[in-house]
Design a protein around this ligand. Structure first.
Ligand code: NDP
Length: 348
């Protein structure tokens, strides 16, 4: 190579490396008159997001809500363009906040990321320090995302049942949508605390896995998903419902006197076709669970219990690993009800 050309070549090579270092790959959602479009983009640092901490994302997940956002099926995304992903786990790359130092392992769930703030389906993102939790030593970034919002929400539901005095000796606990992410973790976490868990599912092919997670019995969801009477035979000391609609109405109608239902989802529907009868005649408590804006103290309590209560075997039984480039297909599979357990997304 002639000397002048060599210098020019190395200059441009260094420039390319430098520019590549400034770039990160992200799933990018945009919207036009035809609807939401998803594409993969190399983004520069100017498009990292807002906040004091830059996180090198190692793992993310695909939740039901992410699938809706990516496929534009509902108004999950409040602002376009958007990087979807309500969950992320990774390592702090740089920080202007004293609580977080480079190299620290962190997890983020919710807080509007993937909705109105850039989310986790990207190799790098800038986020507010207040939205991060430092991971317990026992939890790797991969494990944190294998658990993800689904596991963390299931834990919030279990904590709500405990707070409302539901005890293992009082009788069986029903978990609906049991073969999904929240339902699977709810089954495992309740079983770990020695509750007798009955798993309700539309997929009896998942029975063996649900029993491995700790269900004492698995019931088909046919009956419980249909319209039913407002008061039915008292069956459950408590329940965790991620399904909503007629299912939640029937669950409330079957809760024993002064029992509690933790309700967190709407997989069957947003409606809640019931009456006040279970609440005023049987003293049933309906505990609403929101993971997105749950206070920091509850998140810490949930992550600390997740670290102690979930074994790696259980977690691995719940996850299917996919790459960032497969998330759009993964979102379709999820919304078509073909995914059992969780989709864990490898980023870094
Ligand atoms: P998944 O898709 O993994 O699981 C949902 C499960 O619901 C499915 O696996 C299926 O279980 C059941 N289901 C699906 N469609 C229907 C239907 N038409 N009728 C009855 N049951 C149905 O989702 P996730 O577990 O991640 O989330 C579950 C719900 O919880 C979602 O609505 C999600 O938006 C919500 N959520 C809410 C959070 C909060 O903060 N409140 C946080 C996280 C999730 P099976 O095949 O076993 O019947």
């Amino acid at each position: 190579m002639v000397e002048g050309h060599r210098e020019t070549f190395f200059f441009y090579s260094r420039l390319v490396y430098y520019l590549e270092d400034m770039m990160h790959q992200a799933l990018w959602l945009d919207k036009d008159e035809k609807g939401t479009k998803a594409s993969f983009r190399d983004l520069d640092d100017a498009l990292l997001g807002e906040g004091e901490v830059v996180v090198a994302v190692e793992w993310s997940t695909l939740n039901y809500k992410d699938a809706l956002a990516i496929l534009g099926r509902s108004s999950v995304v409040r602002k376009f363009p958007m990087i979807p992903g309500i969950d992320l786990a990774g390592t702090v790359e740089s920080s202007d906040h004293p609580d977080f130092l480079p190299g620290q392992r962190v997890v983020l769930n919710g807080w509007g990321h993937g909705e109105s703030l850039f989310g986790g389906l990207t190799s790098k993102v800038r986020v507010p320090a207040a939205h991060l939790i430092s991971l317990p030593d026992a939890v790797s970034t991969r494990t944190a995302m294998a658990i993800g919002t689904a596991g963390y929400t299931a834990m919030l539901c279990v904590l709500a049942l405990e707070r409302h005095g539901v005890e293992a000796k009082q009788g069986e606990i029903l978990v609906t949508g049991a073969s999904g992410g929240v339902g699977g973790f709810a089954t495992a976490l309740l079983a770990r605390s020695e509750y007798q868990v009955v798993a309700s599912t539309g997929r009896m092919t998942e029975e063996a896995r649900l029993r491995r997670l700790g269900a004492v019995r698995v019931e088909h969801r046919d009956e419980i998903a249909k319209p039913g009477k407002p008061l039915q035979k008292e069956r459950w000391a408590g329940a965790i419902d991620s399904v909503g609609s007629h299912t939640l109405a029937n669950v409330c109608a079957q809760i024993r006197y002064r029992g509690t239902v933790a309700a967190c989802g709407l997989a069957q529907g947003m409606d809640f076709p019931t009456t006040v009868a279970p609440f005023i005649l049987r003293g049933v408590t309906l505990a609403g669970i929101d993971s997105v804006k749950a206070p920091h103290s509850e998140r810490l309590a949930a992550w600390s219990r997740l670290a102690s209560d979930l074994s790696l075997d259980i977690i691995e039984d719940m996850v299917n690993e996919i790459s960032l480039s497969s998330v759009v297909d993964g979102a379709r599979e999820l919304l078509e009800g073909r995914v059992a357990g969780r989709l864990l997304v490898r980023i870094g």
